[in-house]
Design a protein around this ligand. Structure first.
Ligand SMILES: Cc1cc2nc3c(=O)[nH]c(=O)nc-3n(C[C@H](O)[C@H](O)[C@H](O)COP(=O)(O)OP(=O)(O)OC[C@H]3O[C@@H](n4cnc5c(N)ncnc54)[C@H](O)[C@@H]3O)c2cc1C
Length: 454
């Protein structure tokens, strides 16, 4: 594993909690996976019923997965769009999903604040620049969509001058801005959340791989954990469990970080409120100004690996990392010559229909949350909180949201999965260069977006 910026800046080595599991165990709630989904599930289950005996089983260490190494956007983005949610449920349910995602951001901020966790929180919103006429059309369409759904203040259009006041990227024609995003250091949140949980009596077994989950038990490399309630919180790593190979596809997202930038660089770039940022190209990119004045910047572009293979080796891809550095310098030419100090990556999870889901079956006691498609920092909190409500039979609005108990179909067997996933990636990559060269919309990218239902 190549260390993320956040991990390399940690103030201390990961705390040793309960070590590895070495014998069988009986608990009330077993959680497989020590990322945000697992940790937040434990946090709210413990809060709702402090008598619950809770154990987290983590194959590496807490925060090893995407939760410890992401872009740090706590956003209100949800992978399934309004229309897709409304089609499957109702217009009202689609609106409630968005409202819950928005409220979820402040909820996370308030929890962190109430415990005095220092997570480098900056609730500065997100600016997505339109850097061509085509991108500007997409920006305007997005703004119209939010207005049509009754949320005109949640996404506003910025003129070129207004955009440059926030983010002085090259070729800016306009932008959209939403106030609903906070930038954080995700590893700091993982660290302080897990330390808090341990102090509340939650057992955290690291270096312990779960092999198979069945009603009432988790078979692990260190013994069997017996529990009436079991939550799978393994997102991009779900295929490591018996029978789950086709549930969630692991797709890699990669990142780079610059050195701390000078005050004059920042005068040029902007991002004075630590807004998270992107642009309207087809292949996703994302960035944040960190609390210590670097840029942490990421994007897709790494291939899907045959048979959903996951390996630390795949966190590093020199051509994707090179492309990310080039893209960032293209956006902000003042960065030419600055040092890039970190490069890393990791898998996130995508369900076949691009829906995130949060499931719990009270008859078997089995549940899960995941498939966040790169928007999991906020969504995992909503998922963990919702799961805790479902497990403890707490009545709440959250348990009636449209993603609760949504069932995504399985991915195709190989080689179809590999062909489909990489074809989609290539279409998006080519679409951007086609649009840049011709100034015309890529029809194949539009078709692909429609096929993916988002
Ligand atoms: C580079 C990158 C950038 C991203 N940027 C953003 C962003 O800016 N904003 C955003 O919202 N989302 C982002 N995401 C996505 C987001 O980080 C994830 O969706 C979210 O963290 C998932 O949390 P999780 O707890 O469900 O899974 P993870 O954090 O991946 O945790 C799963 C854990 O389960 C463990 N595990 C897996 N299998 C087993 C097993 N069999 N037994 C025991 N333990 C097991 C793993 O070791 C891991 O620690 C990004 C992802 C990546 C990779």
């Amino acid at each position: 594993m190549n260390a993320s910026l956040w991990y390399s800046q940690r103030s201390q080595d990961p705390t040793i909690f309960n070590g590895a599991l070495e014998s069988d165990l009986n608990v009330d709630l077993a959680i497989v996976g020590g990322g945000f989904t697992g940790l937040w599930t434990a946090y709210y289950a413990n809060k709702l019923d402090p008598t619950l005996r809770i154990a987290i089983i983590e194959s590496e260490f807490v925060g090893f997965g995407a939760s410890g190494r992401n872009g740090g956007w706590v956003s209100a983005l949800f992978p399934a769009h309004f229309t897709s949610l409304a089609r499957a449920t109702s217009r009202d349910a689609a609106r409630r999903m968005h409202q819950s995602m928005v409220a979820n951001i402040s909820d996370i901020g308030q929890v962190a604040h109430s415990h005095n966790w220092d997570i480098d929180w900056a609730h500065g919103g997100t600016v997505v620049a339109a850097r061509s006429a085509l991108q500007n059309d997409r920006a305007l369409a997005d703004v119209k969509e939010f207005a049509d759904w009754g949320f005109p203040d949640d996404l506003i259009y910025l003129s070129a001058n207004e955009t440059r006041d926030r983010i002085n990227a090259t070729d800016v024609v306009g932008a959209t801005f939403t106030p609903h995003c906070a930038a954080i250091d995700p590893y700091k949140l993982v660290n302080q959340l897990s330390t808090f949980l341990h102090s509340r009596g939650v057992s955290i077994f690291e270096g312990t791989q779960a092999l198979r989950i069945a009603p009432g038990k988790v078979l692990t490399t260190g013994g069997t954990v017996h529990a009436p309630n079991i939550i799978r919180a393994t997102e991009g790593y779900t295929k490591t469990l018996h029978g789950e190979k086709r549930s969630i596809a692991p797709v890699y997202s990669l990142m780079v970080a610059t050195q701390t930038l000078s005050a004059s660089n920042w005068e040029n770039i902007g991002l004075g409120e630590r807004e998270t940022f992107s642009d309207y190209r087809n292949l996703i990119i994302y960035g944040q100004r960190t609390a210590d004045d670097r840029i942490a910047f990421g994007g897709r572009g790494a291939p899907y690996h045959f048979n959903s293979k996951i390996s630390p080796h795949q966190d590093m891809n020199s051509s994707v990392h090179h492309e990310l550095r080039t893209t960032l310098i293209d956006m902000f030419p003042v960065l030419a010559g600055v040092e890039f100090t970190n490069a890393w990556g990791g898998p996130l999870g995508i369900a076949r229909d691009w829906w995130a889901s949060c499931n719990f079956d009270p008859t078997t006691g089995l549940g899960s949350s995941g498939g966040y498609v790169g928007d999991g920092v906020g969504t995992a909190h909503l998922g963990g909180k919702t799961l805790a409500h479902l497990i403890t039979e707490t009545q709440s609005e959250l348990t009636t949201l449209p993603w609760v108990n949504h069932v995504s179909r399985k991915w195709e067997p190989e080689p179809l999965r590999w062909i489909g996933a990489n074809l989609g990636l290539q279409v998006m990559q080519r679409a951007d260069s086609y649009e840049q060269k011709t100034g015309k919309n890529s029809r194949s990218a539009a078709y692909m977006s429609r096929m993916l239902g988002h």
